[in-house]
Design a protein around this ligand. Structure first.
Ligand SMILES: C[S@@+](CC[C@H](N)C(=O)[O-])C[C@H]1O[C@@H](n2cnc3c(N)ncnc32)[C@H](O)[C@@H]1O
Length: 295
């Protein structure tokens, strides 16, 4: 809690005004958003926000105002500050890529658990652990697995050349360019060989639902969100191609959402047989990951 003195300081005034304007614009969590925007625009941390009662230079106020106006137009905060956090690390993001979502971390957790339980036992040490990331966007999934597991050799594909530009930048930022290679193309089209793990967070929102979702989504690439009339336009052909790409033992993880879960599971069972596929829920109990295991 800020002290009364801090709340009356120039920074405290800026915070209150930003919070009220965000609230009036209908931005969720206006206090958190105001704090994050001020800290970013003024180059301070939250402790300084509540302890520093000195004046705020005019140039910094102008910068804050410009960024606040962008947020009031419902541009998401990660685009304004140019980065987002995923699995405890920072990744560059801009309007060419989807902003990483916390629920996508579940794919990384399942892959790491599977590696510990299965792959590390059956493979000689030093054998590469081949990972494919389909629809890589900012590169978060391939890069995170490469950072978590030194044996990972990853191939990441995206149909958007613009997204791949951001993904390559993130691979350089995290020094994994030797172990994560990027390919432009459709789904598994550019890949050769088999992979111990295939990860995919492809667009899965039904086209008709897109316009009903929160305004922030209109800033993100449509190519990253639009799953076509039934939400399965990209997911279906990927699942159907997987028998030709998954190693044995192998694991495929596809991020999904409840409206497509039942049909995605049926497509996976048709391709791999009952017992090889299941759906896992996220922390809110919503169907979130299609899991396919080949053994
Ligand atoms: C929902 S975003 C996910 C980005 C990132 N993997 C993440 O989890 O934040 C989907 C990505 O898939 C890409 N994409 C869409 N259709 C594709 C296709 N047919 N083949 C390859 N990539 C595709 C989009 O360009 C976008 O970058």
């Amino acid at each position: 809690m800020p002290s009364q003195r801090a709340a009356r300081s120039p920074l405290g005034e800026l915070f209150r005004s930003a919070r009220e304007r965000l609230r009036e614009a209908g931005v969720p969590d206006p206090a958190l958003e105001a704090e994050a925007l001020i800290c970013h625009a003024l180059g301070i941390d939250p402790v300084q926000l509540w302890t520093n009662d000195g004046p705020v230079p005019a140039s910094r106020r102008r910068r804050l105002e410009a960024q606040l106006l962008r947020r009031l137009r419902r541009e998401p905060l990660p685009y304004i500050r140019g980065w987002a956090e995923f699995f405890g690390r920072r990744f560059d993001v801009d309007q060419r890529v989807l902003i990483p979502r916390p629920e996508t971390e579940h794919l990384v957790e399942i892959a790491l658990e599977w590696e510990r339980a299965t792959f590390s036992k059956v493979q000689e040490s030093g054998h590469p652990f081949r990972v494919a990331d389909i629809g890589t966007g900012s590169g978060i999934l391939a890069i995170t697995l490469a950072l978590e597991l030194p044996r990972v050799q990853a191939r990441a594909v995206d149909i958007s050349r613009e997204a791949l530009y951001v993904a390559r930048k993130n691979a350089r930022r995290h020094s994994v360019t030797q172990r994560v290679k990027f390919h432009h193309g459709n789904l598994t089209g550019p890949l050769r060989g088999r992979f111990e793990v295939v990860l995919a967070n492809l667009p899965y929102i039904k086209t008709a639902r897109l316009s009903r979702l929160e305004p922030e989504l209109s800033n993100e690439p449509r190519l990253a969100l639009d799953g076509g009339g039934d939400g399965l336009e990209q997911v279906r052909p990927l699942i159907q191609s997987l028998p030709g790409y998954l190693a044995v033992p192998g694991l495929a993880l596809l991020e999904i959402d409840p409206p497509i879960a039942r049909r995605a599971l049926a497509i996976a069972i048709a391709a791999f047989g009952a017992g090889a596929a299941r759906v896992e829920s996220d922390l809110s109990g919503l169907a979130r990951v299609l899991v396919i295991e080949s053994q």
